[in-house]
Every structure is written in C-alpha cells, then in structure tokens.
Ligand binder design. Structure first.
Ligand SMILES: Nc1ncnc2c1ncn2[C@@H]1O[C@H](COP(=O)(O)OP(=O)(O)OP(=O)(O)O)[C@@H](O)[C@H]1O
Length: 467
C-alpha cells in the first residue's frame, strides 16, 4: 500500500433500528400514530379515492410489479395504496432499459418511496458494492432518506445501506453497501479518494433536484459526482418544485428523461391552511411569536428564520424566558445537528427554530404548525422566494394531514414579498386579526385538533373562511 492511500476501515452499515421514518413506520415521533390511526386512515382512504387528489391512485402496490420483499416492507410502513406520483413514476422508473426521470409532485406526497422502490428493485443483493446513490442537500434529509430505504428494504436479506455525510470519526471508512445516501460534497470526496467504488453504480437520484442543481457549490458538486460515475447510469431527479430557470439544466443533467411535472398553481396542498399576521413593527414580532408558544407545543412546530444569527438569538431569548426550544442551523457541527433533529423527531423538543437548511424534505408527521418568522427571500433579501415558501410550509400537512402555516409580515416590503408569493401560486392567504387573541387561539386550536381528528379539508376550509 502506498503511503498516500488512506488506511481504510470496514464499513459500518445502517440498521433498521436507526431508521428515521414517520408516517406509519415503527419508529414514530412525538405524536403517537396509534391514537389517531383509525380516523386518519378513514380520511386517507377518501382522499386516495378522489382522482383530483395528489394522493389518488387507481392501482394497488401489488399491481406495480414489486417484489414480495418490498411489498412486505411497504406493508410494514402501513402504506395501503400508492399516491399519484408513486403510481405514475414507478412503472416508468422500472422500465427496461432504465430510463432517466425528472419528476415533480407536491410536498409530502411520497416522492421518497417512489425513488426508493426503484432503487431497491434494481439492487443485485449478491454484490455488496455501491449500486445506487441518492444525494440530498442536507445531512438531515440524507439520514431521513436512508431511514426510508433501510426500513422499506428490511425484508431484503443481506441488504446494506450507508450514509455518506460528513463524519470526521470515520474519515477513512470504505463504503461497502448496496445503497448509499449522502450529501454531494462528502460523496464527491469519497469517490475521489476511491472509498466509494463507482463502477457498480447503476442509479443516481437527486432529491430536491432543483435546489441541488441551482445552488452554487451544490450544483458543481453534483455535476462532479456524475462525471465520476459510469456513463450508463439511470439519473433520477425529484422535487416538489422545478422553477423554469433550472429546467434546462435538469434536462442536460438527466437527458431524454421521462418527465412528470406540475404547473405551479397546482403545487399548494389543500390541507395546509395558509395564514398571515400583519405586525406593526419588527420589534413586535418576538412578542407575537411568544403568544403562539402554547399553541406551538400542542403538537410540534417549526419556526423558520432567515439567518443563523436570528435563529441563535431567538433561541437564546426564548430559553432565557423559560421556553423549551431547539435550534438547528448550518453553524452547528454534524453530531450536534443529529442530536437536535433526533430530539425534535422523537417529540422531546416540540419547537424547532431553524433556517432554510431544513426547509426541504424533512418529514415529521407531528408538525402541525410552521411559522415563517421571516418571509422567505432570495439571497439579496429583497426578492420573494416562492419555492422556499412552498417547501417550508410543506413541513406540515404531510400525506393528507392538516396543518397551519403562519407567516409574519411587519412592513411594506415583507407584505409585498408575501403578496408576490401568493400571486405566484394563485393561492389565498388568510389574515389573522390580532386584536382578538381568544378567537385566534380557538381557530388555530380547532385546526390543530382537527388534524388529529381526521377532519376533511372541506370542513377545514369552512372553519377558517369565517376569518
Ligand atoms: N403510499 C403511502 N401511503 C401512506 N403514507 C405514505 C405513502 N407514501 C408515503 N407516505 C408517507 O408520506 C409522508 C411524506 O412522504 P415523503 O417524505 O416521501 O414526501 P415528499 O413527496 O418527498 O415530500 P417533500 O417534497 O416535502 O420532500 C412520509 O411520512 C411517508 O412515510
């Protein structure tokens, strides 16, 4: 061995017990599914029977030609019927010869399972080497996807899955697993160091693909990763959003792909009730937030802010006043980030303050309220960022559940930004009248409660149109 070669360690595989999955998996979070399962199922069955609903499907999982092991995995996750994206994407993904895909579907409609089932269907279990690689923009999302794949594939005997995310304690590990899920920087580095063997890789998935291709740094890393993989791979791009600016790039990244897209007017989720509060001054935002604290802890909530600094300041202030909150931003080290998200997922922490780092993909079913403390904007801080708004509010209302998305506006600029977002999606945002707090509390409490009681979205709309 030459001295420049890394000293490699055997791979440490990921286990089902570590899997981070919600939505009916065994590893549940703060809101115990058992309490609501029956009612939620009733509602879900109605939604899945409605052809206009993104959760609708005419077919069963059995009809999608999946292996018995995978059908067992799906059953174990309590999935009864596929969603629309699963039903449409899977047959195209499973075509032989494999074909590239660019696919879009609303937040929380089961895109992860769609690409995971393709990955698991194509694995040759007898060869323990990387055969599929899924990339995500954050370590939390990569860990979550890994959890879904591991959980879903638990009946495939011998299946090995691993995370490829920054981990200084395992810098020299070899990635001896069938499926790898990671972040682009780490994967690129480990491919370059030959700790990830590239020549057996058949599938490359980019989750949150528009973000991955569009963001400076991430886009270059993804392109580099792709050039280090075999030419013949199946490239699969998934996201809830594909803004026009990235479509061309996506088409080049995944040439001749089967394309499933939606118009942006179709992207809002009916179960997410979008509200806003007009606050007089910036200073009053914090006081207003505190008024919501009791409501925020009834299930779980995420507060999105623009900068790491605001996240840290809010955390400090709230903790100093005796409120129990967790905070996660890119300023924290990996293990600390893992600890915070795990606490939130388990329900130990009910309120999470974060930046756009967690705007995408994170799936915690107990989240009933998302607060946009700062309206999402582009990097310049001026122009509204509708895509990020959609991803942020999509952390609630997962797979037919209901939730509240509340945005704070405090001046003309933030009001105009929110207005631009509403226009973009052609959606109605309901103002909250802050002069009558009892009424506000009651209304939000009703929405939150109804998410547990499985109230229909029609009833939900009636509940807030009185505002
Ligand atoms: N067929 C199904 N039946 C029941 N639940 C499902 C089904 N498919 C997925 N789910 C659940 O729905 C939730 C949302 O799925 P997922 O995280 O894949 O959404 P997504 O479309 O990737 O959302 P986002 O755009 O926010 O990343 C998960 O908790 C998942 O377990």
């Amino acid at each position: 061995m030459s001295t420049s070669e890394p000293v490699t360690e055997p791979a440490e595989e990921f286990t089902v017990a570590q899997a981070q999955v919600d939505g009916g998996g065994e590893v549940a979070n703060g809101s115990p599914l058992a309490e609501t399962e029956y009612k939620v199922e009733v509602k879900l069955a109605d939604m899945q029977a409605d052809p206009n609903n993104p959760l609708y499907s005419a077919k069963s999982f059995e009809e999608l030609k999946l292996s018995d092991e995978l059908l067992k995995g799906i059953q174990h996750m309590n999935f009864r019927k596929p969603s629309k994206i699963q039903e449409k994407a899977l047959p195209l993904l499973l075509l032989d010869p494999p074909t590239n895909m660019i696919a879009q579907s609303q937040s929380g409609t089961g895109k992860t399972a769609a690409f995971s089932l393709n990955i698991l269907s194509r694995i040759d279990i007898s060869r323990v080497e990387p055969q599929a690689l899924a990339l995500a923009p954050s370590r939390e999302l990569a860990r979550q996807i890994l959890g879904v794949i591991t959980h879903m594939g638990q009946f495939m005997e011998g299946l090995k899955t691993m995370a490829a995310i920054p981990d200084p304690s395992r810098r020299n590990q070899r990635f001896e697993a069938h499926v790898l899920v990671g972040t682009p920087g780490t994967v690129q580095e480990q491919l370059r160091r030959k700790l990830i063997k590239a020549d057996g890789i058949k599938i490359l998935v980019l989750d949150e693909a528009d973000n991955m291709l569009d963001q400076q740094g991430l886009g270059e890393q993804c392109t580099r990763v792709k050039t280090l993989l075999p030419k013949s791979i199946q490239t699969v791009l998934f996201s809830a959003t594909f803004p026009p600016a990235v479509i061309n790039y996506a088409n080049r990244f995944a040439p001749n792909a089967n394309v499933l897209t939606l118009a942006h007017e179709e992207l809002t989720i009916e179960g997410i009730k979008q509200l806003y509060i007009d606050i007089d001054k910036d200073n009053d935002k914090y006081a207003t937030l505190l008024k919501f604290y009791g409501l925020m802890t009834q299930a779980s909530s995420i507060i999105f802010v623009r900068t790491r600094r605001t996240a840290e300041e809010l955390e400090k202030r709230m903790v100093a006043e005796g409120h129990k909150v967790a905070q996660l931003s890119g300023a924290l080290e990996g293990p600390e980030r893992d600890r915070v998200i795990d606490q939130f997922r388990s329900g130990e922490a009910k309120v999470l303050i974060t930046t756009n780092v967690l705007a995408r993909g994170i799936d915690v079913e107990s989240v009933t309220m998302v607060i946009n403390y700062d309206v999402p904007t582009m990097a310049d801080g001026r122009e509204a960022d509708p895509e990020t708004y959609l991803h942020r509010i999509g952390r609630t209302g997962r797979f037919g559940r209901v939730g509240v998305a509340l945005t704070f506006v405090h001046d003309r600029q933030s009001w105009e930004q929110l207005h631009a977002i509403a226009n973009y999606f052609k959606t109605d945002l309901h103002p909250i009248d802050t002069s009558d707090w009892d009424n506000v509390e009651e209304m939000i409490q009703n929405i939150i409660k109804s998410s547990r009681a499985g109230k229909s979205t029609k009833e939900m709309t009636e509940m807030i149109t009185g505002l």
